[in-house]
Design a protein around this ligand. Sequence first.
Ligand SMILES: [Zn+2]
Length: 447
Amino acid sequence: MKKTMSRSIAAFILALAFLAGLGYLCFRFFTENDLWASQTYNLYLSTGGGLTNAGTIYDRNGEVLAESDDGERFYHEDMSIRLGTLHTVGDDSYNISTAVQTRFRSQLVGHSLVFGYGLPDSLTALNKMTVTLDADACGKVYDAFGGKEGACFVYNYKTGEILCMVSTPAFDPQNVPETLPDGSYLNNCVSGTYTPGSVYKIVTAIAALEYIDDIENMTFTCEGEKDFGGNVVTCMDTHGELSLDDAFSYSCNIAFADMATLVGADKMQKVADRLGVTESFDINGVDSAKGHYDVSDADANQLAWSGVGQYTNMTNPAQMAILCGAIANGGDAALPVYMEGAEAAETHSLLDEDIAERMNEIMRYTVSGHYGETMFGGLTVGAKTGTAEVGDDIEPNAWMVGYSTDEDYPLAFAVVVEEGGFGFYSAGPIARIAMIESAEALGFEAE
Ligand SMILES: [Zn+2]
């Protein structure tokens, strides 16, 4: 009797263990269904690419960016749009981490727990996906890069919708070349970081407004170069005596090296961290690349250069656009999203309203007094260019970042062109096209 009893207990424990294991498996299958279906080693999907019957991807205007027909995947008929939307739409592989066809493939191929992969036609509407991009804007911006590498990002800082997200180099997903250009899987808007050069003066100016008491009445003197800690910081010009507004719009290195020195390393670091330079943002579930600002071991000369956006500074294009959005929007900006209706955009508070308003004056003055109001087709734009030195014998990276304050076109942008040379001449024309095209998608008519 005792023996039977212990046998029964052993059998009971075994059964319990089996059920627990089965339960765990079921739990994982249900909770990680998407993950399982999108694993590259999933044989069903990896044979035939898995996209041969996948759903259609549309842009914000209902333009078809990718669709399947008769067992084949077709992308937009315009090659510039195919390349300009590559990092949002994706290709057949799983290598472009920000792409819809990578991240949402199981939904696109209609994988369902009930029907498996054989989802009935009546339910295929579930497979359709819409992104917030404007296809035309992406195509035109792609062309504007003219073969140069870099990133162009435009988004609505009130709703978070990304209208233009172009990363180069790209490749044609319809006719994938045998050898891909280096870095073409990477979405530079979200995953790239670059030496910021003078666009970093936005961060330094904010630090100066927050921490230098008399900044509004101060002047800075530029004689073309100045000694900081035994080594010089050089300027592109000899600017003479400058107010904060003029120092910013003339992009005087000496004035901003002075500001970083007056603010001090600890506070420069604190402001950089709070403004998101060193932070990663959640962009529809993808973590953006963190920039870099670390002056903990910097000497006086390095701290001075860090205020000018050199030293070891790195920034991410999407983060710079978010910062510009916050300046235009009284200190708060929505975080970017590219899936239509995916989730409500989160608002991110970066700076106080009075500082945001003051920065807006300075950046508006830079456009009206220096770049020219006509540059953006009648949009009310505040901006800053940058020409970031990245090494001897290499052309500098060209930047332009900014925003429009027009009520109906609340757009912020960041453009970087690798080895582009001067920011204004290289990144400027791309920024112009990106902003005008994106605003037109919201109903703007350029003058
Ligand atoms: Zn100067």
